[in-house]
Each structure stands twice: as structure tokens, then as C-alpha cells.
Design a protein around this ligand. Structure first.
Ligand code: FAD
Length: 467
């Protein structure tokens, strides 16, 4: 078995790299330690979480909004095993789709744990302990990430869980503690809160989604409180203890001795993820990792060992599927001598709560810190006819533009379908458009996208029309 390129890991980084490499004429192999392809994203991440978010949103709307729409429902209830079954079917179809794409693109799939024997030899250890060796000219490490779980949280996968286990809870819990007010904690916390679970979020920072624009944190928290989530900001969890039926979570107020306990059915640990390089044999090839265990790469995403590249969650940068995909394409094209480019500033970030949060470019704080003069235009969804029609009036769109040149520098949205709306802002910013450019484009009426046009108008010259 001799390949031009071998990719270790079949997540969105790895499988996209494989397809692009094959399109470019490289004889390509992909190694995956699990039985199904698609990595975290397809199996236990983006896709299953969105499936449950959609199901729980339907239920929540039926319970909370249908009456106002003039729809009466009797005996509304959740069939949790069916919800999980549908989610599993979506995952299965999506993973099978990747297997089909591998076949279609003539990519050899090797199931087993990949590790470096030397720079040009990868050992694949199968579940039954047998091994095979692959000779390769170039290699891409796309081994992704795993949840971070400190020892004091006593992670047992039953009561103290991560997102992986939370996606398979088939009975609605009465109470759940979520440690971490970041994207994963809030998305999964929303799923259960919508189904009726009392969800309490403990967050060390002074706001949720702390890396995003402050206005987004504020708007989202207001909405999530209405859904029923409770927040303990500026608090740290010091210990979690579980019995077979419940958990006790010890919480301490930040910068204080004040402590309290929360008892719940589950404790979901969602404090971040770590790069996964376990038993990869990096030491056999002399590849270094940084202080957070991430594989170090240069601007071409090549490690210190020529011919070995790394992409996705296992390297620095946002842990996002679409970032991993861009890097997969980037490396495949780099290997054949092309000159691809990724603008990391324009990788959008999305939170699939309801309302959704979506952002691209710089936040207000980042612009202030960098000393870049800017103007901000805001438009609330409550002033939009489309949003009133669907009863989705929470949230706003904010456009940040350069004070002198009017170039759009950041767009921050909280509201209905903003996960899809953000693509327009990314496209405009890729072409370095001004806020005025955005404000002069015709946006179909009535659509949620008009909120972006109005915010751009507000940023251009404080001339939003509908407020
Ligand atoms: P991964 O998807 O982690 O894939 C790595 C693969 O490598 C795995 O299949 C693993 O088994 C395999 N592997 C590891 N080591 C070896 C080895 N030695 N040999 C063989 N195989 C190996 N991102 C978004 O953009 N949008 C979202 O909505 C979103 N939602 C998420 C929800 C949840 C609950 C979680 C947990 C994550 C979510 N993410 C989301 C993040 C997203 O899943 C990751 O950023 C993405 O999967 C990273 O892709 P990757 O290819 O780098 O690695």
C-alpha cells in the first residue's frame, strides 16, 4: 500500500482534504479509528446537535407559540426515544454519504488507529489488534479534538457527561447543570430547556459566549432566560460528585469564598475541547505540540517535518467544522503546488440556539483594542415586518464599519435564521465591501435579511429607514 497522500482522521477536515486531493490526482488514503466516517462533526457534534435542536424547537414552538398563531393542539407530548431515533437516522445517512463520497473519489478507507512509524510509514492498528503498514509520500494529521474534563468533575459518562453522552439521553431529565456558557453548553442546554428540563448554567466569565461581541452575549442571555435557562455567571464549579441517579455540583462565586451546591439528574461538562493526538506516534517523527497540546504548523499548515501537515481542531484556531474544511482544501491544493488562501478573520462563528447568533470579523472590543476608528449601525428584529409575522422579534443585527473608509469590519447578529444570513456578510467582507455597498443592495421584502440592510444603512450614515 503506497499512497501520495494519507490522511489520519475522517472528520470534516480529513474527508474534505481527501476529496480535494483525489480531485487533484493524488492517490489518497484516509484512516479512521471508528467504524463510521465523518468525525466529531457528523457523529457526535454539528449534525446530531442540530437534529435535536430542530426537534426540540418544533416542540417548544408547538407548546409556546402555536396558540397565538391560532393553532390548538391537544395532548402535546415529547416522544424522546423517537427524537433520538430520528437524530440517529440523520447521522447514519450523513455518515453513509461520506463513505459514498470516498468510494466515488476512489479514496482508500482504512479503519483502525493510525500512528507514525516514521515520516513515510503509518501503522494502522485495527480493533482486533492486527496491524497493517501504509507507505506514504505526504501525510495530513486531521485527528480532531476531545472534550476537556477535569478530574474533579468525576466524569462517569452516566450522570457526569459531555456533549457525546448528552446527545443520547432518551428520557427528559428534571434538572441539568451545564458547566460552561459557550456554544456547546448553550446549544445542548437549550435542547433540554425547551423540552422542560430545569437547566442551570455555571460560567466562570462575566458573560455567556464570552469570545463573541458583548451585545450578542447580552441579547442571547435575555432570550435564553425566557426559555427558562438559569445562569450563574462569575462562578466556578469546584467539584462534581455523582451517584447512580443524581449529581451534586459544588459551585464557588468567583473572587469570593461563597459556595453553594446544585443537585440535578445530570451534569453536562462543556468547558471546551482539547486537541487529540493520543497514541499518534508524533515522537517517532519529531513533531512538537504547543502548551495546549495542539500540533504546531507554519503558514502552509505544514509541521516541522516537511511533508507532514495538520488541519482542523488539532491545530490552533477556531474549533469549527467549516474552518477544518477550508484547511483540508488548502493543504491538498498546497501539496500539488497551488497557492490557496484562507482569511481566518472571515471564518464565521454561529450558535444554533433560538434566536441564533452569528458573527464574522472583528468585535467592538477588538476594534477598540486595535485602535481602529469605527462606527456601528444596529437594527432590532422587532422593527421588521417579517420577524413580526413569524413572532421572532428577539435580537438585532449590528454592522461595524471603518469610520473613514466605511469598509465593513464586523457583523454581529442575534435573531431568526442568522446562521444562514451571515453568509451575505462573509461574501461582502471577502470583497471588502463598504457598509454603503451593503445598504444599496436590494434585499427581498419581507425577509430577515432586511435587518442586515437596515443595520448597514444605520452604519453608513445613521439612515436606517424603518426605525
Ligand atoms: P474531528 O471531526 O474531530 O475528526 C477527527 C477524526 O479523527 C475522528 O473521527 C477521530 O476518530 C479520528 N482520529 C483521531 N485520531 C486518530 C488516529 N490516530 N487514527 C485514526 N483516526 C483518528 N462546528 C461547527 O462548525 N458547527 C457546529 O454547529 C458545531 N457543532 C458542534 C456540536 C458539538 C456537540 C461538538 C462537540 C462540536 C461541534 N462543532 C461544530 C465542532 C466540530 O465538530 C469540529 O470543529 C470539527 O468536527 C473538527 O473537525 P476535524 O476534522 O478537525 O476533527
Amino acid at each position: 500500500m503506497k499512497y501520495d497522500l494519507t490522511i489520519i482522521g475522517s472528520g470534516p477536515g480529513g474527508y474534505v482534504a481527501a476529496i480535494r486531493a483525489s480531485q487533484l490526482g493524488l492517490k489518497t488514503a484516509i484512516i479512521e479509528r471508528y467504524a463510521t466516517l465523518g468525525g466529531t462533526c457528523l457523529n457526535v457534534g454539528c449534525i446530531p446537535s442540530k437534529a435535536l435542536l430542530d426537534s426540540s424547537e418544533h416542540y417548544h414552538n408547538a407548546a409556546e407559540k402555536f396558540t397565538a398563531h391560532g393553532i390548538q393542539l391537544k395532548d402535546l407530548k415529547v416522544d424522546m426515544p423517537q427524537m433520538i431515533k430520528r437524530k440517529d437516522e440523520v447521522v447514519e445517512q450523513t455518515c453513509n454519504g461520506i463513505a459514498f463520497l470516498m468510494k466515488k473519489n476512489k479514496i482508500d478507507v482504512h479503519h483502525g488507529h493510525g500512528s507514525f512509524k516514521d515520516k513515510n510509514t503509518i501503522i494502522v492498528t485495527k480493533d482486533d489488534g492486527t496491524t497493517e503498514e501504509i507507505s506514504t509520500d505526504k501525510t495530513i494529521i486531521a485527528t480532531g479534538s476531545k472534550p476537556i474534563v477535569p478530574a474533579a468533575f468525576n466524569y462517569d459518562k452516566k450522570r457526569v457527561i459531555t456533549s457525546t453522552e448528552a446527545l443520547n439521553i432518551d428520557k427528559i431529565p428534571k434538572r441539568m447543570v451545564v458547566i460552561g456558557g459557550g456554544v456547546i453548553g448553550l446549544e445542548l442546554g437549550s435542547v433540554f430547556a425547551r423540552l422542560g428540563t430545569e437547566v442551570e448554567v455555571v460560567e466562570y466569565a462575566d458573560r455567556i459566549i464570552a469570545t463573541m461581541d458583548k451585545d450578542c452575549s447580552k441579547e442571547l442571555m435575555r432570550s435564553l432566560k425566557k426559555t427558562g435557562l438559569k445562569f450563574h455567571l462569575k462562578h466556578a464549579v469546584t467539584e462534581v460528585k455523582a451517584t447512580s441517579r443524581s449529581v451534586t455540583v459544588n459551585v464557588q462565586k468567583r473572587d469570593s469564598e461563597e459556595t453553594f451546591e446544585i443537585k440535578a439528574d445530570y451534569c453536562l461538562v462543556a468547558i471546551g475541547r482539547r486537541a487529540y493526538t493520543d497514541k499518534l506516534g508524533l515522537e517517532n517523527v519529531g513533531i512538537a505540540t504547543d502548551d495546549r497540546g495542539r500540533v504546531e504548523v507554519n503558514a502552509h499548515l505544514e509541521t516541522a517535518v516537511p511533508g507532514i501537515y495538520a488541519i482542523g481542531d488539532v491545530i490552533k484556531g477556531a474549533m469549527l467544522a467549516h474552518k477544518a474544511e477550508e484547511e483540508g482544501t488548502f493543504v491538498a491544493e498546497t501539496i500539488v503546488g497551488q497557492k490557496p488562501h484562507i482569511d481566518y478573520n472571515l471564518i464565521p462563528g454561529v450558535v444554533y440556539t433560538w434566536p441564533e447568533v452569528a458573527a464574522v470579523g472583528k468585535t467592538e472590543d477588538e476594534l477598540k483594542e486595535a485602535g481602529i476608528p469605527f462606527k456601528a449601525g444596529k437594527f432590532p428584529f422587532k422593527a421588521l415586518g417579517r420577524a413580526r409575522a413569524s413572532m421572532d422579534t428577539e435580537g438585532m443585527v449590528k454592522v461595524l464599519a471603518h469610520q473613514e473608509t466605511d469598509e465593513i469590519l464586523g457583523v454581529h447578529m442575534v435573531g431568526p435564521r442568522t446562521a444562514d444570513m451571515i453568509a451575505e456578510a462573509v461574501a461582502l467582507m471577502e470583497f471588502r465591501a463598504s457598509a454603503e455597498d451593503a445598504s444599496r443592495m436590494s434585499h427581498a421584502h419581507p425577509t430577515y435579511t432586511e435587518a442586515f440592510k437596515e443595520a448597514a444603512l444605520a452604519a453608513t450614515a445613521d439612515r436606517a429607514l424603518h426605525i
